[in-house]
Design a protein around this ligand. Sequence first.
Ligand code: KIV
Length: 271
Amino acid sequence: MSVHKEIKKMTTRTLQEMKLAGEKIAMLTAYDYSMARILDEAGIDVLLVGDSASNVMAGHETTLPITLDQMIYHAQSVVRGVKRALVVVDLPFGSYQGNSKRALESSIRIMKESGAHAVKLEGGAEVVDSVKRILTAGIPVMGHLGLTPQSIYKFGTYTVRAKEEFEAIKLKADARILEKAGCFSLVLEKIPALLATEVSQSILIPTIGIGAGSGVDGQVLVSHDMLGLNNGFHPRFLRRYLDLHNEIKGAVQKYCTEIKSGDFPNSKEQY
Ligand code: KIV
């Protein structure tokens, strides 16, 4: 008899059931195998291979430069580290906007070449044709409203979105449009908590907030921010669970000192 405990994999359906049961969804970003393994073992529900890799992995100022090939490389690495979590991959800037055929082709490449489970794209009514076309191939789509970093040059700032009545009305309409088009979930980024709660209660698919308060169905953070690997970013919504920047720096300083003093390696650390 096998003593192997079977792992119940997360699916888009599980997320829907969690919303119905009032169970919150925990999501983090991941870009590589080792980190994905740790986050998955820790019980994270969803791993997002975010285009924030452009910032935190490649050091770019915005998410715009990252390419589809680079996203696929990150997604392949994450998928190899995961046993349970649902893996969602961002469609990068330029791989879907204004062209639903390209959106479908980009999504098919992500799914085929990485083994990920779903894609995410930014925007509302303006991307609905792409959402519908991707869904024709049976690829689950997560939407993303509010602060949409791929449009940073249109807005010019990373401040809270939809504070004005007209923006809130458009965001609520976009959420309904994306739900109707077939998105399985929506990220709501940096919008007033009351608006995020209202949206979450008005649609049946789960909402995942980042800087959107507690009335949403789940939360996402960039793992480099919440683990303190990236210590130059201090928005109000960010809770830091570790200070890895200084932990790693301290460990490396100790390593350097111990090499230079002749303490490392000692007699037990050699053959
Ligand atoms: O790319 C990313 O990390 C994201 C999250 C902030 C939701 O889209």
